[in-house]
Design a protein around this ligand. Sequence first.
Ligand code: KE4
Length: 425
Amino acid sequence: MTRSEQLFQEAVTRIPGGVNSPVRAFGSVGLTPRFIASAKGAYLTDADGNQYLDYIGSWGPMILGHATPLVLQKVEEACRKGLSFGAATEAEVDMARLICGMVPSVEMVRMVNSGTEAVMSAIRAARGCTGRDKIIKFEGCYHGHSDAMLVKAGSGVMTAGVPDSSGVPAGCTQDTLLAVYNDIPGVERLFEEFGSEIAAVIVEPVGANMGVVLPQKGFLEKLRELCTQNETVLIFDEVITGFRLARGGAQEYYGIEADLVTYGKIIGGGMPVGAYGGKREIMEVVAPAGSVYQAGTLSGNPVAMAAGLAQLTYLNEHPEVYGQLEQAGEKLYGGIKAMCRDLKLPCQVNHVASLGCLFFTPEPVTDYRSAKTSDTEAFRRYFVHMLEHGIYLAPSQFEAMFLSASHTEEDIRFTLDTMHKYFEK
Ligand code: KE4
Protein backbone atom coordinates (compact mmCIF):
# COMPACT_ATOMS: atom_id res chain seq x y z
CA MET A 1 0.00 0.00 0.00
CA THR A 2 1.39 3.41 -0.92
CA ARG A 3 1.65 6.17 1.67
CA SER A 4 -1.06 8.11 -0.17
CA GLU A 5 -3.35 5.06 0.05
CA GLN A 6 -2.59 4.67 3.77
CA LEU A 7 -3.26 8.35 4.44
CA PHE A 8 -6.45 8.33 2.37
CA GLN A 9 -7.69 5.24 4.22
CA GLU A 10 -7.41 7.10 7.52
CA ALA A 11 -8.52 10.45 6.09
CA VAL A 12 -11.91 9.12 4.99
CA THR A 13 -12.66 8.06 8.57
CA ARG A 14 -12.22 11.58 9.92
CA ILE A 15 -12.69 14.04 7.01
CA PRO A 16 -15.78 13.97 4.75
CA GLY A 17 -14.66 12.12 1.62
CA GLY A 18 -11.12 12.19 3.00
CA VAL A 19 -10.45 15.70 1.73
CA ASN A 20 -11.02 19.29 2.73
CA SER A 21 -12.29 20.25 -0.72
CA PRO A 22 -14.24 17.82 -2.93
CA VAL A 23 -12.31 18.09 -6.18
CA ARG A 24 -9.15 16.85 -4.41
CA ALA A 25 -10.73 13.42 -3.86
CA PHE A 26 -10.04 12.34 -7.48
CA GLY A 27 -13.68 11.15 -7.52
CA SER A 28 -14.32 11.64 -11.22
CA VAL A 29 -11.12 9.82 -12.20
CA GLY A 30 -11.58 6.95 -9.73
CA LEU A 31 -8.09 6.98 -8.26
CA THR A 32 -6.60 7.40 -4.80
CA PRO A 33 -5.69 11.06 -4.44
CA ARG A 34 -1.99 11.77 -4.22
CA PHE A 35 -1.11 13.26 -0.82
CA ILE A 36 1.41 16.01 -1.60
CA ALA A 37 4.40 16.39 0.73
CA SER A 38 6.17 19.34 -0.87
CA ALA A 39 6.42 21.50 -3.98
CA LYS A 40 9.04 23.65 -5.68
CA GLY A 41 8.79 25.63 -8.91
CA ALA A 42 6.55 23.72 -11.32
CA TYR A 43 6.89 20.42 -9.47
CA LEU A 44 5.06 18.55 -6.71
CA THR A 45 6.40 15.64 -4.65
CA ASP A 46 3.89 13.25 -3.12
CA ALA A 47 4.07 11.31 0.15
CA ASP A 48 5.72 8.40 -1.67
CA GLY A 49 8.42 10.58 -3.16
CA ASN A 50 6.92 10.60 -6.66
CA GLN A 51 7.50 13.86 -8.54
CA TYR A 52 4.92 15.45 -10.82
CA LEU A 53 4.90 18.36 -13.25
CA ASP A 54 2.05 20.42 -11.80
CA TYR A 55 -0.67 21.97 -14.00
CA ILE A 56 -2.96 22.84 -11.09
CA GLY A 57 -0.75 25.23 -9.11
CA SER A 58 -3.10 24.99 -6.12
CA TRP A 59 -5.99 25.85 -8.54
CA GLY A 60 -4.42 29.15 -9.56
CA PRO A 61 -2.49 30.86 -6.75
CA MET A 62 0.95 29.64 -7.75
CA ILE A 63 1.37 31.79 -10.87
CA LEU A 64 5.09 32.21 -10.16
CA GLY A 65 5.51 28.58 -9.15
CA HIS A 66 5.69 26.84 -5.76
CA ALA A 67 7.84 27.96 -2.82
CA THR A 68 9.38 30.92 -4.63
CA PRO A 69 12.21 32.39 -2.48
CA LEU A 70 10.81 35.93 -2.72
CA VAL A 71 7.48 34.86 -1.20
CA LEU A 72 8.97 32.53 1.42
CA GLN A 73 11.36 35.21 2.65
CA LYS A 74 8.58 37.75 3.20
CA VAL A 75 6.39 35.16 4.93
CA GLU A 76 9.23 34.16 7.26
CA GLU A 77 9.90 37.80 8.12
CA ALA A 78 6.20 38.39 8.83
CA CYS A 79 5.93 35.26 10.99
CA ARG A 80 8.66 36.50 13.29
CA LYS A 81 6.61 39.62 14.04
CA GLY A 82 3.56 37.62 15.13
CA LEU A 83 0.94 35.66 13.21
CA SER A 84 -2.28 37.58 13.79
CA PHE A 85 -3.34 40.68 15.70
CA GLY A 86 -7.01 41.20 14.87
CA ALA A 87 -6.10 44.82 14.38
CA ALA A 88 -5.30 47.15 11.47
CA THR A 89 -1.81 46.79 10.03
CA GLU A 90 0.36 48.65 7.52
CA ALA A 91 0.47 45.58 5.28
CA GLU A 92 -3.28 45.90 4.64
CA VAL A 93 -2.86 49.51 3.56
CA ASP A 94 0.01 48.43 1.29
CA MET A 95 -2.15 45.66 -0.22
CA ALA A 96 -5.11 47.98 -0.82
CA ARG A 97 -2.83 50.58 -2.44
CA LEU A 98 -1.21 47.90 -4.65
CA ILE A 99 -4.50 46.38 -5.84
CA CYS A 100 -6.01 49.80 -6.56
CA GLY A 101 -2.81 50.71 -8.42
CA MET A 102 -2.87 47.55 -10.56
CA VAL A 103 -6.61 47.67 -11.35
CA PRO A 104 -7.83 51.17 -12.29
CA SER A 105 -11.52 50.29 -11.80
CA VAL A 106 -10.87 49.35 -8.16
CA GLU A 107 -11.15 52.48 -6.01
CA MET A 108 -11.69 50.63 -2.72
CA VAL A 109 -11.09 47.04 -1.68
CA ARG A 110 -11.90 44.81 1.30
CA MET A 111 -9.78 41.77 2.19
CA VAL A 112 -11.50 38.50 3.14
CA ASN A 113 -10.30 34.90 3.45
CA SER A 114 -11.52 33.09 0.35
CA GLY A 115 -13.05 33.56 -3.07
CA THR A 116 -16.37 32.33 -1.70
CA GLU A 117 -16.34 35.04 0.94
CA ALA A 118 -15.37 37.65 -1.65
CA VAL A 119 -18.31 36.71 -3.89
CA MET A 120 -20.81 36.43 -1.03
CA SER A 121 -19.77 39.88 0.20
CA ALA A 122 -19.75 41.52 -3.24
CA ILE A 123 -23.28 40.29 -3.86
CA ARG A 124 -24.41 41.66 -0.51
CA ALA A 125 -22.79 45.01 -1.31
CA ALA A 126 -24.54 45.07 -4.71
CA ARG A 127 -27.88 44.29 -3.08
CA GLY A 128 -27.21 46.84 -0.34
CA CYS A 129 -26.37 49.69 -2.70
CA THR A 130 -29.21 49.01 -5.18
CA GLY A 131 -31.91 47.92 -2.72
CA ARG A 132 -32.66 45.11 -5.16
CA ASP A 133 -32.64 41.33 -4.56
CA LYS A 134 -32.18 39.44 -7.82
CA ILE A 135 -28.85 38.25 -9.19
CA ILE A 136 -28.06 36.84 -12.62
CA LYS A 137 -25.40 34.16 -12.82
CA PHE A 138 -24.43 31.83 -15.66
CA GLU A 139 -24.71 28.04 -15.84
CA GLY A 140 -21.30 26.46 -15.49
CA CYS A 141 -19.77 29.44 -13.73
CA TYR A 142 -18.65 28.66 -10.18
CA HIS A 143 -18.52 31.45 -7.64
CA GLY A 144 -17.77 29.54 -4.45
CA HIS A 145 -20.19 27.74 -2.20
CA SER A 146 -22.38 30.48 -0.67
CA ASP A 147 -26.05 29.43 -0.73
CA ALA A 148 -27.25 31.87 -3.38
CA MET A 149 -24.59 30.66 -5.81
CA LEU A 150 -25.35 26.92 -5.48
CA VAL A 151 -28.10 26.85 -8.07
CA LYS A 152 -28.94 24.92 -11.19
CA ALA A 153 -31.44 25.68 -13.90
CA GLY A 154 -35.00 25.24 -12.74
CA SER A 155 -37.75 23.82 -14.92
CA GLY A 156 -38.10 25.30 -18.40
CA VAL A 157 -40.85 27.58 -17.17
CA MET A 158 -38.98 28.92 -14.16
CA THR A 159 -36.05 31.22 -14.69
CA ALA A 160 -35.16 31.26 -11.01
CA GLY A 161 -32.45 28.83 -9.97
CA VAL A 162 -33.20 25.84 -7.78
CA PRO A 163 -30.70 24.66 -5.14
CA ASP A 164 -27.84 22.58 -6.57
CA SER A 165 -26.89 21.24 -3.17
CA SER A 166 -28.84 19.73 -0.32
CA GLY A 167 -28.98 21.98 2.70
CA VAL A 168 -29.72 25.07 0.62
CA PRO A 169 -33.29 26.28 1.25
CA ALA A 170 -35.26 27.25 -1.86
CA GLY A 171 -35.58 30.69 -0.35
CA CYS A 172 -31.84 31.21 -0.73
CA THR A 173 -31.89 30.66 -4.48
CA GLN A 174 -35.27 32.11 -5.44
CA ASP A 175 -33.61 35.42 -6.35
CA THR A 176 -30.84 33.83 -8.37
CA LEU A 177 -31.64 33.88 -12.08
CA LEU A 178 -29.71 31.60 -14.41
CA ALA A 179 -28.54 32.48 -17.90
CA VAL A 180 -26.47 30.62 -20.49
CA TYR A 181 -22.86 31.74 -20.97
CA ASN A 182 -22.37 33.65 -24.23
CA ASP A 183 -26.18 33.86 -24.73
CA ILE A 184 -26.94 37.57 -24.76
CA PRO A 185 -30.59 37.23 -25.94
CA GLY A 186 -31.24 35.11 -22.84
CA VAL A 187 -29.79 37.82 -20.62
CA GLU A 188 -31.83 40.46 -22.44
CA ARG A 189 -35.01 38.45 -21.78
CA LEU A 190 -34.17 38.33 -18.05
CA PHE A 191 -33.65 42.09 -18.02
CA GLU A 192 -36.94 42.61 -19.88
CA GLU A 193 -38.74 40.52 -17.25
CA PHE A 194 -36.88 41.55 -14.08
CA GLY A 195 -34.76 44.58 -15.00
CA SER A 196 -35.64 46.88 -12.12
CA GLU A 197 -35.27 44.01 -9.63
CA ILE A 198 -31.79 42.90 -10.68
CA ALA A 199 -29.09 43.99 -8.24
CA ALA A 200 -26.16 42.41 -10.06
CA VAL A 201 -24.92 40.24 -12.87
CA ILE A 202 -22.00 38.08 -11.78
CA VAL A 203 -19.83 36.41 -14.40
CA GLU A 204 -16.47 34.73 -14.73
CA PRO A 205 -15.03 36.86 -17.57
CA VAL A 206 -13.42 33.62 -18.72
CA GLY A 207 -15.39 30.56 -17.64
CA ALA A 208 -12.78 28.38 -15.92
CA ASN A 209 -14.98 26.02 -13.89
CA MET A 210 -16.60 24.15 -16.75
CA GLY A 211 -13.25 23.58 -18.32
CA VAL A 212 -12.16 26.83 -20.00
CA VAL A 213 -14.88 28.65 -21.95
CA LEU A 214 -14.01 31.97 -23.57
CA PRO A 215 -16.32 34.97 -23.81
CA GLN A 216 -17.46 35.28 -27.42
CA LYS A 217 -16.98 38.63 -29.14
CA GLY A 218 -19.39 41.17 -27.71
CA PHE A 219 -20.57 39.03 -24.76
CA LEU A 220 -18.81 40.95 -21.99
CA GLU A 221 -19.37 44.28 -23.77
CA LYS A 222 -23.12 43.63 -23.96
CA LEU A 223 -23.27 42.62 -20.29
CA ARG A 224 -21.59 45.93 -19.48
CA GLU A 225 -24.14 47.81 -21.61
CA LEU A 226 -27.17 46.02 -20.14
CA CYS A 227 -25.96 46.59 -16.56
CA THR A 228 -25.34 50.28 -17.23
CA GLN A 229 -28.78 50.70 -18.84
CA ASN A 230 -30.53 48.99 -15.89
CA GLU A 231 -28.34 50.47 -13.13
CA THR A 232 -27.38 46.90 -12.27
CA VAL A 233 -23.98 46.17 -10.71
CA LEU A 234 -21.67 44.21 -13.04
CA ILE A 235 -19.51 41.89 -10.96
CA PHE A 236 -16.50 40.19 -12.58
CA ASP A 237 -15.57 37.13 -10.57
CA GLU A 238 -11.81 37.21 -11.17
CA VAL A 239 -10.84 34.72 -8.50
CA ILE A 240 -9.08 32.79 -11.28
CA THR A 241 -8.43 35.44 -13.98
CA GLY A 242 -7.43 38.22 -11.58
CA PHE A 243 -3.73 39.14 -11.94
CA ARG A 244 -3.38 36.05 -14.19
CA LEU A 245 -4.48 37.26 -17.63
CA ALA A 246 -2.77 40.63 -17.13
CA ARG A 247 -1.77 42.91 -14.26
CA GLY A 248 -5.31 44.28 -14.38
CA GLY A 249 -6.78 40.83 -14.95
CA ALA A 250 -9.62 40.25 -17.38
CA GLN A 251 -10.74 43.86 -17.11
CA GLU A 252 -7.46 44.92 -18.70
CA TYR A 253 -7.23 41.91 -21.02
CA TYR A 254 -10.70 42.48 -22.53
CA GLY A 255 -10.90 46.25 -21.93
CA ILE A 256 -14.15 46.05 -19.95
CA GLU A 257 -14.65 47.83 -16.63
CA ALA A 258 -16.73 46.01 -14.01
CA ASP A 259 -18.41 47.82 -11.12
CA LEU A 260 -17.20 45.25 -8.58
CA VAL A 261 -14.57 42.55 -8.90
CA THR A 262 -13.78 39.57 -6.71
CA TYR A 263 -10.33 38.13 -6.16
CA GLY A 264 -8.69 35.15 -4.50
CA LYS A 265 -5.89 32.69 -5.22
CA ILE A 266 -3.03 34.78 -6.73
CA ILE A 267 -3.54 37.69 -4.29
CA GLY A 268 -2.77 35.35 -1.40
CA GLY A 269 0.44 33.95 -2.88
CA GLY A 270 -0.71 30.54 -1.60
CA MET A 271 -2.18 31.77 1.69
CA PRO A 272 -5.95 32.00 2.38
CA VAL A 273 -6.91 35.38 0.95
CA GLY A 274 -9.89 36.76 -0.96
CA ALA A 275 -10.92 40.32 -1.73
CA TYR A 276 -13.72 42.31 -3.30
CA GLY A 277 -13.54 45.86 -4.53
CA GLY A 278 -14.57 48.37 -7.13
CA LYS A 279 -16.39 51.65 -7.35
CA ARG A 280 -16.11 53.87 -4.27
CA GLU A 281 -19.83 54.67 -4.14
CA ILE A 282 -20.58 50.93 -3.97
CA MET A 283 -17.83 49.91 -1.56
CA GLU A 284 -18.73 52.72 0.87
CA VAL A 285 -21.95 50.84 1.71
CA VAL A 286 -19.78 48.21 3.47
CA ALA A 287 -19.51 48.35 7.29
CA PRO A 288 -18.27 50.17 9.20
CA ALA A 289 -18.49 52.91 6.54
CA GLY A 290 -21.97 51.84 5.55
CA SER A 291 -24.84 49.54 6.42
CA VAL A 292 -23.80 46.31 4.65
CA TYR A 293 -22.30 44.08 7.32
CA GLN A 294 -19.30 41.89 6.55
CA ALA A 295 -16.46 40.89 8.87
CA GLY A 296 -13.68 38.34 9.41
CA THR A 297 -11.30 37.47 12.24
CA LEU A 298 -8.39 36.73 9.94
CA SER A 299 -9.21 39.17 7.12
CA GLY A 300 -6.01 40.95 6.09
CA ASN A 301 -3.94 38.58 8.21
CA PRO A 302 -0.36 39.92 8.29
CA VAL A 303 1.29 36.65 7.20
CA ALA A 304 -1.21 36.20 4.35
CA MET A 305 -0.69 39.83 3.33
CA ALA A 306 3.07 39.27 3.28
CA ALA A 307 2.68 36.36 0.87
CA GLY A 308 0.19 38.17 -1.31
CA LEU A 309 2.15 41.41 -1.36
CA ALA A 310 5.34 39.58 -2.32
CA GLN A 311 3.70 37.82 -5.27
CA LEU A 312 1.60 40.77 -6.46
CA THR A 313 4.50 43.22 -6.11
CA TYR A 314 6.65 40.97 -8.27
CA LEU A 315 3.92 40.75 -10.92
CA ASN A 316 3.40 44.51 -10.79
CA GLU A 317 7.13 45.23 -11.20
CA HIS A 318 7.72 42.52 -13.83
CA PRO A 319 4.84 42.78 -16.33
CA GLU A 320 7.02 40.86 -18.78
CA VAL A 321 5.86 37.75 -16.89
CA TYR A 322 2.50 38.09 -18.66
CA GLY A 323 4.14 38.05 -22.07
CA GLN A 324 6.12 34.98 -21.05
CA LEU A 325 2.94 33.23 -19.84
CA GLU A 326 1.18 34.16 -23.09
CA GLN A 327 4.02 32.62 -25.12
CA ALA A 328 4.14 29.51 -22.92
CA GLY A 329 0.38 29.17 -23.36
CA GLU A 330 0.71 29.44 -27.14
CA LYS A 331 3.41 26.73 -27.10
CA LEU A 332 1.46 24.37 -24.84
CA TYR A 333 -2.13 24.85 -25.95
CA GLY A 334 -1.15 25.58 -29.54
CA GLY A 335 0.85 22.34 -29.48
CA ILE A 336 -2.13 20.40 -28.16
CA LYS A 337 -4.37 21.97 -30.80
CA ALA A 338 -1.92 20.96 -33.56
CA MET A 339 -1.79 17.41 -32.16
CA CYS A 340 -5.59 17.18 -32.21
CA ARG A 341 -5.58 18.32 -35.82
CA ASP A 342 -2.74 16.06 -36.99
CA LEU A 343 -4.07 12.96 -35.20
CA LYS A 344 -7.69 13.83 -36.04
CA LEU A 345 -8.70 13.61 -32.37
CA PRO A 346 -12.38 14.26 -31.46
CA CYS A 347 -11.27 17.00 -29.10
CA GLN A 348 -11.45 20.76 -28.62
CA VAL A 349 -8.85 23.08 -27.07
CA ASN A 350 -9.95 26.34 -25.45
CA HIS A 351 -7.26 28.60 -24.05
CA VAL A 352 -6.37 32.15 -23.10
CA ALA A 353 -2.95 33.24 -21.81
CA SER A 354 -1.84 30.66 -19.20
CA LEU A 355 -5.27 29.01 -18.86
CA GLY A 356 -6.43 26.17 -21.07
CA CYS A 357 -8.50 23.00 -21.36
CA LEU A 358 -8.59 19.92 -23.60
CA PHE A 359 -12.22 18.84 -24.03
CA PHE A 360 -12.96 15.29 -25.17
CA THR A 361 -15.75 16.30 -27.51
CA PRO A 362 -15.86 17.03 -31.24
CA GLU A 363 -18.29 19.90 -30.55
CA PRO A 364 -17.02 23.46 -30.08
CA VAL A 365 -17.34 24.32 -26.38
CA THR A 366 -18.97 27.71 -25.85
CA ASP A 367 -21.08 27.10 -22.76
CA TYR A 368 -21.95 24.59 -20.03
CA ARG A 369 -24.22 22.49 -22.24
CA SER A 370 -21.57 21.98 -24.92
CA ALA A 371 -18.89 21.38 -22.27
CA LYS A 372 -21.04 18.59 -20.88
CA THR A 373 -20.97 16.75 -24.24
CA SER A 374 -17.39 15.77 -23.33
CA ASP A 375 -16.58 12.07 -22.91
CA THR A 376 -15.53 11.99 -19.25
CA GLU A 377 -14.44 8.34 -19.51
CA ALA A 378 -12.03 9.28 -22.32
CA PHE A 379 -10.81 12.13 -20.10
CA ARG A 380 -10.32 9.70 -17.19
CA ARG A 381 -8.14 7.37 -19.29
CA TYR A 382 -6.05 10.33 -20.47
CA PHE A 383 -5.72 11.65 -16.90
CA VAL A 384 -4.46 8.25 -15.65
CA HIS A 385 -1.86 8.06 -18.44
CA MET A 386 -0.58 11.55 -17.71
CA LEU A 387 -0.42 10.93 -13.95
CA GLU A 388 1.42 7.64 -14.47
CA HIS A 389 3.94 9.56 -16.60
CA GLY A 390 4.49 12.23 -13.96
CA ILE A 391 2.11 14.95 -15.11
CA TYR A 392 -0.41 16.20 -12.57
CA LEU A 393 -3.59 17.54 -14.22
CA ALA A 394 -6.86 18.64 -12.63
CA PRO A 395 -8.72 15.38 -11.86
CA SER A 396 -11.82 16.52 -13.77
CA GLN A 397 -12.72 17.34 -17.36
CA PHE A 398 -14.43 20.50 -16.08
CA GLU A 399 -11.40 22.28 -14.66
CA ALA A 400 -8.56 24.31 -16.19
CA MET A 401 -4.87 23.74 -16.76
CA PHE A 402 -2.75 26.42 -15.09
CA LEU A 403 0.69 27.36 -16.42
CA SER A 404 3.12 29.18 -14.14
CA ALA A 405 6.22 31.27 -14.72
CA SER A 406 8.20 28.24 -13.47
CA HIS A 407 7.14 25.95 -16.33
CA THR A 408 10.05 25.70 -18.79
CA GLU A 409 10.12 24.99 -22.54
CA GLU A 410 11.45 21.54 -21.61
CA ASP A 411 8.45 20.96 -19.33
CA ILE A 412 6.10 21.89 -22.16
CA ARG A 413 7.93 19.67 -24.62
CA PHE A 414 7.78 16.76 -22.13
CA THR A 415 4.05 17.35 -21.71
CA LEU A 416 3.37 17.40 -25.46
CA ASP A 417 5.54 14.29 -26.01
CA THR A 418 3.69 12.43 -23.24
CA MET A 419 0.34 13.39 -24.75
CA HIS A 420 1.48 12.40 -28.23
CA LYS A 421 2.59 8.95 -27.03
CA TYR A 422 -0.85 8.49 -25.52
CA PHE A 423 -2.93 9.67 -28.44
CA GLU A 424 -0.96 8.03 -31.23
CA LYS A 425 -1.50 4.56 -29.67
P1 KE4 B 1 -12.58 29.68 -2.83
O1 KE4 B 1 -13.68 29.89 -1.83
O2 KE4 B 1 -12.37 28.21 -3.17
O3 KE4 B 1 -11.27 30.37 -2.43
O4 KE4 B 1 -12.99 30.40 -4.19
C1 KE4 B 1 -14.22 30.08 -4.78
C2 KE4 B 1 -14.18 30.47 -6.25
C3 KE4 B 1 -14.83 31.62 -6.65
N1 KE4 B 1 -14.82 32.01 -7.94
C4 KE4 B 1 -14.16 31.30 -8.87
C5 KE4 B 1 -14.17 31.77 -10.29
C6 KE4 B 1 -13.47 30.11 -8.52
O5 KE4 B 1 -12.82 29.40 -9.47
C7 KE4 B 1 -13.47 29.69 -7.18
C8 KE4 B 1 -12.78 28.41 -6.73
N2 KE4 B 1 -12.15 27.65 -7.76
C9 KE4 B 1 -12.03 26.23 -7.50
C10 KE4 B 1 -11.34 25.60 -8.74
N3 KE4 B 1 -12.25 25.32 -9.77
C11 KE4 B 1 -11.29 25.94 -6.23
C12 KE4 B 1 -10.86 24.51 -6.07
C13 KE4 B 1 -11.62 23.82 -4.98
O6 KE4 B 1 -12.86 24.04 -4.88
O7 KE4 B 1 -10.98 23.05 -4.22
